[in-house]
Design a protein around this ligand. Structure first.
Ligand SMILES: CC(C)(COP(=O)(O)OP(=O)(O)OC[C@H]1O[C@@H](n2cnc3c(N)ncnc32)[C@H](O)[C@@H]1OP(=O)(O)O)[C@@H](O)C(=O)NCCC(=O)NCCS
Length: 162
């Protein structure tokens, strides 16, 4: 089943998803990938912030967020991955829109969500910008030398008022 199917549901991740979630991570990103225990810890620590898209049998996408230590109304979007067979069919767009609605339901005072992305990753940058994320910083050595990253931020309250 592909993302063009109407039978895809978005829901919070559960412990029983862990093996498939890690396989999805490897499929979407390759190595280096988040280890399976990171997903387990995320379910324990932030149960409202790890979402999956499922067609009932397979996991087709996931998104992981975490709260910022300094501000309870700020989140970091740590990872966003679509299964390789479901990419380029609108699932990323649908999942991101769903998450934006759910995050505002989870925290009506949510102020901003930020993420980092490789500047050359056109598909991801376009996806986030179309969803209201704007460039707020650029770091040339994010992980070390020559690891450019754009910081993109969704200012939720501004979007809500407009
Ligand atoms: C990047 C990713 C999240 C996009 O999700 P997706 O479901 O494939 O994207 P969608 O089909 O919803 O399309 C979203 C936008 O990206 C564009 N896009 C999708 N695939 C593209 C490609 N290969 N090249 C250029 N643009 C592309 C679409 O045109 C669309 O833009 P539009 O609304 O202006 O038409 C997904 O491909 C993915 O998980 N890739 C591997 C992991 C990854 O890179 N995650 C993001 C890390 S920051």
């Amino acid at each position: 089943m592909t993302s063009s199917s109407v039978n895809i549901s978005f829901r919070l991740a559960e412990k029983s998803d862990l093996v498939k979630l890690h396989a999805l991570e490897l499929d979407a990103f390759g190595e280096p990938a988040y280890p399976i225990f990171l997903f387990r810890q995320a379910i324990d620590l932030w149960p409202q912030l790890l979402w999956v898209a499922s067609d009932g049998a397979e996991l087709l996408a996931y998104v992981l967020l975490a709260p910022a230590a300094a501000n309870p109304h700020e989140l970091s979007l740590m990872s966003f991955g679509i299964a390789s067979q479901a990419q380029g069919q609108g699932l990323g767009k649908r999942l991101l829109a769903h998450i934006q609605t759910e995050l505002l339901r989870y925290d009506p005072q949510l102020q901003q969500v930020w993420l980092t992305v490789k500047p050359s990753h056109t598909a991801a940058v376009r996806l986030y910008q179309n969803a209201g994320f704007v460039e707020t910083a650029r770091e040339s050595d994010y992980y070390g030398p020559d690891t450019d990253r754009l910081v993109l931020t969704w200012h939720c309250q501004q979007v809500k008022k407009s």
